[in-house]
Ligand binder design. Sequence first.
Ligand SMILES: [Zn+2]
Length: 77
Amino acid sequence: MGQKIIHNRIRCKICGDIIESRHRHDFVRCKCGACFTDGGHDYIRRGWEAGLTEIPYEEMDEFEDGYDIRQKVNMIK
Ligand SMILES: [Zn+2]
């Protein structure tokens, strides 16, 4: 119920790619492969390449009501 994801979106700091998952099973990876987002407007599932010491992306999400339901996972392969 309630808060909707308007944009499930991140920008990779390494390659500059802006990627957006537009529906539930839309798994999108940036050009250089360092990060991904998934889940579309239903949930947010993110990850980045194992071995990176910091998260290689900036959040660019937009939520209705500003609610944050991010779930992060540290895996890509
Ligand atoms: Zn990238």
